[in-house]
Design a protein. Structure first.
Length: 152
């Protein structure tokens, strides 16, 4: 791989929002090892690195979503476990939706780590993130469809 890539578009077309200083232009993937670069499509390596401020804003937003998701879904799970009258067949769908959302929220620390540290978390962590996200996302979608069918 060529680590001394040049930008495929002129700097004037990139816009100043991507760069902190034009003299310090770094392309995406500058901090990756050659082994990690094999997992990144070549297309994305031709764009400039996003400013650190945007990474920290994302980390802050992910942290808020993580806290709200853990508290909210945890409350739903706890209330369902301690309250016998809520244990109806229709409410089992809500419990399943809370479990799917809870499992989706539990992978947010990977995104927080990636945003703060600016490092590729590794191929295994990316595969785990994708697996958890797809299973919980498909489960939440199917549960929403079941809730809609049940209420119809």
């Amino acid at each position: 791989m060529d680590f001394n890539r040049s930008v495929s578009r002129p700097l004037s077309q990139l816009g100043s929002s991507f760069m902190e200083n034009e003299d310090e232009l770094q392309l995406m993937g500058w901090n990756l090892t050659p082994e990690d670069l094999t997992h990144i499509p070549e297309h994305w390596l031709s764009y400039p690195e996003v400013r650190s401020l945007y990474h920290y804003i994302l980390a802050f937003a992910y942290t808020i979503l993580f806290c709200l998701g853990v508290i909210g879904n945890g409350l739903v799970l706890w209330i369902f476990c301690v309250s016998k009258p809520l244990r109806t067949p229709s409410n089992l769908f809500v419990l399943n939706l809370a479990l799917c959302d809870f499992s989706m929220v539990l992978v947010l620390p990977i995104l927080i780590y990636d945003s703060i540290d600016h490092k590729y978390p590794g191929h295994l962590q990316c595969q785990i993130f994708a697996l958890c996200g797809s299973i919980s996302g498909i489960g939440a979608g199917a549960t929403n469809a079941a809730i809609a069918y049940d209420r119809y």
